[in-house]
Every structure is written in structure tokens, then in C-alpha cells.
Design a protein around this ligand. Sequence first.
Ligand code: PMP
Length: 425
Amino acid sequence: MDGANSRDRELRQRAEAVIPGGMYGHQAVGLLPDDYPQFFEKGEGAHIWDADGRRYLDFMCAYGPNLFGYANPQIDAAYVRQLGLGDTLTGPTALMVEMAEAMVGMVSHAAWAMFCKNGTDATSMALTIARAHTRKKTVIRAKGAYHGAAAWCTPRPTGVIETDRAHQIFCDYNDVASLEEAVRQAGDDLACIFAAPFKHDAFIDQAEPDLAYARRVREICDQTGALLIVDDVRAGLRLARDCSWSKIGVQPDLSSWGKCIANGHPISALLGAEKARKAAAAIYVTGSFWYQAAPMAAGLETLRLVRDTDYLERITALGERLRGGLAERSKAAGFALRQTGPVTMPLFLFDDDPDLRKGFCFSSEMLARGVYVHPWHNMFLCAAMTEADIDGALDAAEGAFGVLKRNVRDLAPVEKLAFLSAGAR
Ligand code: PMP
């Protein structure tokens, strides 16, 4: 047991007794290096502090929700103000209409908005609306793409039965032939096609959307009447001040949003085009907390910052600085580091690293130097980061590459990721 993270260890032991598996979902214990903390005590700006009081520059941004900095004073003041007035009430406040107006005003394909709590709520609602709109059942989605943790889409099949997954056909993202084959199999029963804004699956290189693929998805939906759904839960607002596929000129019929739209306060959204309005009004969806006013106050302030600041240009410039600096430093140390995806949502993988032992060593060395990176999931930049933060991360990387270089021949296999070398990716 490392005495340096004793509070974390103690919490893990207590969690094991009262939380199934010690922790669940994407925070489940086991798929990160052993020295990574499980528990945190606070966040401010671009930094987080673990339960043992150590501070890190955080390149995970809460897996996306932190866009303008943890505890952002303007956003949190709006939240707290509304909390004092009323949050969970018998019905919504005017803020719900204002938030819908703000999102519809920002996202070019959208004529309406519905609010919920998690990204999974929004993607599941999208599926139901597409089926209600088309009166058809089949959904096409890309292998390996994450759309949430409901029975229809959870990546782990335990406890899921065949009928939960019925009427789904998988294709390869960016592969027109495989898309067309899926469409052929759907016959005249196609309700919708889900698309990630870019390929952001875990464990593998990220990929930009291929324009021919995106256009073909749109064309097929137009020809068949199926709805095109862009799942912008993860990438929304880090690529564009609009739906992410607006950058390539392809408009969906529905788009799902969550994570950073209120800078970490709990609210997600489904936006839709006019043609899907009737079906959206006809389905029954709700939740005890879906009309909460305080997250909407935070969301309105977040969207104001999206409109009125140069946050996107700044995080893009910071991302480029990071990418260029890391390319230089990895090369100088003799490593082939693949940096993929948009610069605002980078993923780092080393060549010749099937069980990620190099990635684990590098990430642990970054952590030891106060920089929290992820060895196999895409990361996120936030507008609270500065050039000095990025330069500090690059210094840390220089140190981490140095240690990796000295130890690379003696690294132990990462047994918990042995499934990767067994051909799972
Ligand atoms: N879609 C995508 C692309 C996601 O990244 C996520 C969450 N990581 C979801 C849907 C589900 O969102 P949530 O965890 O808020 O239910």
C-alpha cells in the first residue's frame, strides 16, 4: 500500500463493502494504472485534487463536462442564485423555455429541444422518437461506438437479453460499403442511423468522419425516411458552436447533447428538426428531476460563454500547442506516439504497445508529475487551461518519456488489459 494515497486506499476498502464491485460503470475499479486515484475532493479551473490532497492538471475534464473550468464563478453563481429561488419544483420555470430557445438558436438543424439528465436519456429518447416517427424498428449503429448505458446500448451484455437488443444492425464507421450492407439488411424497416461526430471509441486511434460516409448516411436517410441521429453527447461544443457535423456540412434530424452544456451541472438535451416534432410530442418521457431549474440557469450561462467568448479558438490553440509539443518530445525520446482525434479531444497511443504497457508507464509518470492523462480514452481540453499549463504538461511529458525510455525493456505486462492483445481491438 502506498502511504502517499492512504485516504484513497481507505475509501476504496470502505467502498468495496457498500458499493457493488467497489465502483461501477466508467469509474469501475481496475482499468487504469494502480497508482491512479479513485476518489477526489475538489476541482477548480483546470485542476482537480485527489482524496489525498494532490493536485493535478486534469486532461479528463470529468470525461467532458468541464468546459469552462471547475467551479466556474459565473456559471456557478447562476446555479446558486436559482437554487435559492427554486430548483426541483412542481413544474418547470421560464428558464426551460429560454434554454430551449438558446439551443435552437445555436444549433442549425434544430427546431425544438427536450431536456433530460444524462446522455443516455437523450440517445434513448432519440431512438424512441425515430421509431415513433417512422413506425419502423431497425436501428443502424457503428460497432464500438458508445451511446450510453441503457439495455439497448450498454457495452457490457451482462443482464441484457436478446430482445433488449433486437432490431439493431452494426456497421463499420466511415465504411460506406458496410453501411450499405447494413441498410440492405434493414430492408424496408429502417428507423434511424446513429452516428458519432467522429470515431471516438476507447482503446483505438480516433478518426475524423469521412465526408463520403457522412453524406451517404444523409442520403440514405433522405431516401428511406429514416432519421439521422448525431450523438454529440461527448464532442458537443468542443468542435463547433453548432452540431459537430455542421463542420462537414451534414445536418442530422436529431442530435443528442449532455456533458458540458451546463459545464457539469446535470442536464442533457435532445434537439430535433421540424419533421420529428410530432413524434417527439407523442412519446412519453420524463423524470423526477428533468425540469430542475438550477442546471438550466447554469446551462444558459454556459451557452452565453459559448456565444460571447473565444473559448473554442483558445482550446483549439492550446490543443495544437500540446500536440506539437508532444510530437517533438516523443520523437526526441525515440517513441512513436500516435495523437489522434481533434486537438481539443486528444487520444495518445504508442506504436508497438498491444497491452498498453508503454501507455500505462507514461500515464503513471505524468500523474506523478501532477498531470492527469488517460492511457486509452480520449481526453478533453477546457477553457480554464493556459499556455503555462500546457507547457508544464510538456515538461512533465519530457520527464515521463525519459523514464519510459530507461525502463521500456523491463515493463511488466498489463494483465488487466490482456484482452486487448487477444485481438479485441
Ligand atoms: N453518447 C456518447 C457519445 C457518450 O460519450 C456518452 C457518455 N460518455 C453517452 C452517450 C452517455 O452519456 P451519459 O453517461 O451522460 O448517460
